[in-house]
Design a protein around this ligand. Structure first.
Ligand SMILES: [Zn+2]
Length: 352
């Protein structure tokens, strides 16, 4: 039986972590085409912090709002006349993007580029910092038995984003050299593993030696601490002035320009964000002279997640969970994520 009330973490105004409140809230009612999931774990993403601070307009600007796009849970109900071939009780995670489904880009199969009413679960619609969440039933992805709810929660955003940028957009190939910037982000940890699966040689950077040791454990071949050296000089030195074939970039600011300087002739940089800054300088002489490519990548397709799920189940891709907090301590979890001390995902456990 699904109760009428649940525990949830809500916020009623934009601000710092103090705006998050653990409270009673109504259980959402799934509409036609939607499923209701009993949540057991939900992970934090960078976009949770942005939504909390007001960089998205959650729920069409209506408060209160509930964050959380990545979760592990079980299917417990469907809306009326909803087609879903998963049995009740199926352990699931989901694809967090909520595209319109009918614009030019959606019709062409590029739902991750939706040109109209583009929304994320937990950023624009109520998410999974709660005991129950509703979402489109056809977004659900069943979990292999070997994948825990916490691992499921740590998976979609980080791995989906990394797979789409490397495999669909960056076209990484066996034998190539890849620089993965900023090893300790969720996307970078996934990117290192995906590059190794694809047969590439991986360099990665961080400002902290212990994080670089963890990156080696994930398969990075060589690591660079950029507080001690300029990573461009170091890449050029280690590749005997050749540079790398591909750079995985999401930091922005001066990192994009530096990434371009690390590329070999014909090389490419794939960018998926700008956590530091969106203001970047592009040395255009490098672009034309070396025939470089700057490639954008936006989130992931549902298919990306489905392709990876057996790899996750078989242990060929591994989620990295730094710390688990109970849902009640979501505000502390946000402060912890903002402190930058973590290596891996921060997860909230949801008890019932
Ligand atoms: Zn669309």
């Amino acid at each position: 039986m699904v109760p009428k009330q649940m525990k949830a973490v809500i916020f009623e105004q934009y601000g710092d972590a103090d705006v998050l409140k653990y409270t009673d809230f109504r259980v959402p009612t799934p509409e036609r085409g939607e499923a209701l999931v009993k949540v057991h774990a939900v992970s934090l993403n960078g976009y949770d912090l942005m939504a909390r601070a007001g960089r998205y307009k959650p729920n069409k600007g209506k408060f209160p709002h509930i964050l959380g796009g990545d979760f592990g849970g079980e299917l417990v109900a469907l809306g009326p006349q909803t087609v879903c071939d998963l049995p009740m009780g199926t352990r699931v995670t989901s694809w967090w993007i909520l595209p319109c489904g009918s614009c030019e880009q959606c019709m062409a199969g590029h739902h991750n580029r939706c040109a109209s009413d583009y929304r994320y679960l937990g950023a624009h619609e109520h998410g999974a910092y709660a005991q129950y969440v509703k979402l489109p039933a056809n977004h659900l992805i069943p979990l292999p038995d070997t994948v825990t709810f916490e691992q499921a929660a740590a998976f979609p955003n980080a791995f989906g984003t990394a797979w789409h940028m490397l495999i669909d957009r960056g076209n990484v190939r066996a034998g190539e050299t890849v620089l993965v910037n900023s090893a300790s982000s969720g996307v970078s940890m996934a990117a290192i593993q995906i590059c190794k699966l694809a047969g590439a040689y991986v360099y990665t950077t961080s400002s902290t030696d212990w994080k670089l040791e963890r990156a080696k454990d994930l398969g990075a071949d060589e690591v660079i601490n950029y507080t001690n050296v300029d990573f461009v000089d170091e890449i050029l030195k280690r590749t005997k002035k050749r540079g790398v074939d591909l750079v995985v970039e999401h930091v922005g600011g001066d990192f994009l320009e530096k990434s371009i300087r690390c590329l070999t002739r014909g090389g490419r940089v794939v960018t998926v964000g700008g956590t530091k800054s969106y203001d970047c300088k592009v040395p255009v002489n490098y672009i034309f002279h070396k025939e470089l490519q700057i490639i954008g990548s936006n989130s992931a397709t549902k298919h990306n997640l489905e392709v990876m799920m057996p790899l996750l189940g078989a242990g060929k891709l591994k989620t990295v969970i730094d710390r688990v907090f109970p849902l009640q301590e979501a505000a502390d979890a946000h402060r912890y994520l903002e402190s930058g001390k973590q290596f891996g995902k921060v997860v909230l456990r949801v008890n019932h």
